[in-house]
Design a protein around this ligand. Structure first.
Ligand code: FE
Length: 183
């Protein structure tokens, strides 16, 4: 074998290894792309308009694809019964019945509340991930991974700052909290 042939074999073997590595990593990290069905009117606002209605952290996460630090958000250890809405447009995104303790420090769900989120490939930060955005307003919510519990096997790893919790029966919950003589 000539030097050139040995070189070609080495290059080929390396490419094969890299390809195999990417295949294995992909299986661990990538959930296929998906476009949500738009619920009602699509919400579009300018950056300035979003800045005015969101807190700096909410703006950073939802409009700049930021990530809150683990174990710092409002909902990672939140166990009340209700739904989680998009903090930007109010669309219901997740139900507390699908929430589970992932141990990651971010609120995690095994399923969205209907066809309300879009899934997009995300190759930022030298990682291969699937981004989750609100299907109605495009807010960045977090990422989804194929290592969740049954029945879906998916882990929707969300940022608390992108969500707004609402009790299952918000009317009766607010009445109970404002009625005198009731706890
Ligand atoms: Fe939204």
């Amino acid at each position: 074998m000539t030097r050139v042939q040995i070189g070609a074999v080495l290059v080929g073997a390396t490419l094969l290894l890299v390809w195999g590595f990417i295949r294995v990593i992909s299986r661990w990290t990538i959930v296929p792309e998906h476009q949500a069905t738009i619920q009602g009117e699509r919400i579009t606002k300018s950056d300035e308009e979003w800045r005015q209605i969101l807190s700096p952290m909410q703006y950073y996460v939802t409009r700049q694809k930021g990530t809150e630090r683990a174990f710092t958000g409002e909902y990672w250890d939140h166990h009340e019964d209700g739904v989680y809405r998009c903090v930007c447009c109010g669309q219901v995104l997740f139900d507390s019945r699908t929430k589970f303790d992932s141990g990651t420090g971010w609120p995690s769900f095994w399923e969205p509340a209907g066809d309300c989120v879009s899934l997009l490939p995300d190759h930022s930060h030298l990682m291969v991930r699937t981004e989750v955005v609100c299907g109605r307003c495009g807010a960045h919510l977090g990422h989804v991974f194929p290592d969740g519990p049954p029945p879906t096997g998916r882990r929707y790893c969300m940022n608390s700052a992108a969500l707004k919790f609402e009790h299952r029966n918000a009317d009766s919950a607010s009445r109970a909290s404002t009625s005198p003589g009731q706890k």
